[in-house]
Design a protein around this ligand. Structure first.
Ligand SMILES: [Zn+2]
Length: 169
């Protein structure tokens, strides 16, 4: 059985930055493989196009440019927010909250939740980087296909995999 739309794919992979020899981002080595339904928008499209047609036991190694992964780094996504919004009721700012590199949960006035990283702290403002943490990073995937099977009706309705590597409910 080969990988195509609506198959459940389990895959062992290692993700590094730029090339196979680049800094390690994450790996499934030593734990359960990643399980996902192919062709339903769960994965980066270029990841899927690179493994389409493979079968269990096949290996792969390919790169994906940042623009086709988590996007290019965008300077316009650096925003200045007033420091006041981070104050607690007593007027103090929680210790460690506004340290550079800290990832903060934020919400806009439409109630949308998102994350931003503290990039710089000035007297009255905080510069928050709203880029995805992997923005501007070229990805390199290597690994092998662990298994390919048909998704069942419930999995297709729920949009996720049941059983090993997926949801248990
Ligand atoms: Zn489910």
């Amino acid at each position: 059985m080969v990988i195509e739309k609506n198959k459940v794919v389990t895959v062992h992979y290692t993700l590094t930055e730029g090339t196979a020899a680049g800094p390690l981002v994450e790996t499934t080595e030593g734990r359960d493989p990643l399980a996902f339904i192919f062709g339903v928008g769960m994965m980066i499209p270029d990841f899927e196009s690179n493994i389409e047609g493979l079968k269990a036991g096949d290996s792969f190694a390919f790169g994906i440019q940042a623009a086709n992964a988590y996007g290019e780094y965008d300077e316009a996504m650096l925003v200045d927010l007033p420091k006041d919004i981070f104050k607690q009721e007593d007027g103090s700012i929680p210790e460690g909250l506004l340290e550079i590199g800290q990832v903060l949960p934020l919400a806009d006035n439409q109630g949308n939740h998102f994350q931003g990283m503290v990039a710089a702290v000035a007297d009255t403002t905080v510069k928050i980087d709203l880029n995805h943490p992997m923005a501007g990073v070229d990805l390199f995937f290597s690994g092998n296909i662990d298994g390919v099977r048909d998704a069942d009706q419930a999995e297709l309705e729920h949009g996720h995999v049941h059983g090993p590597g997926g949801h248990h409910h």
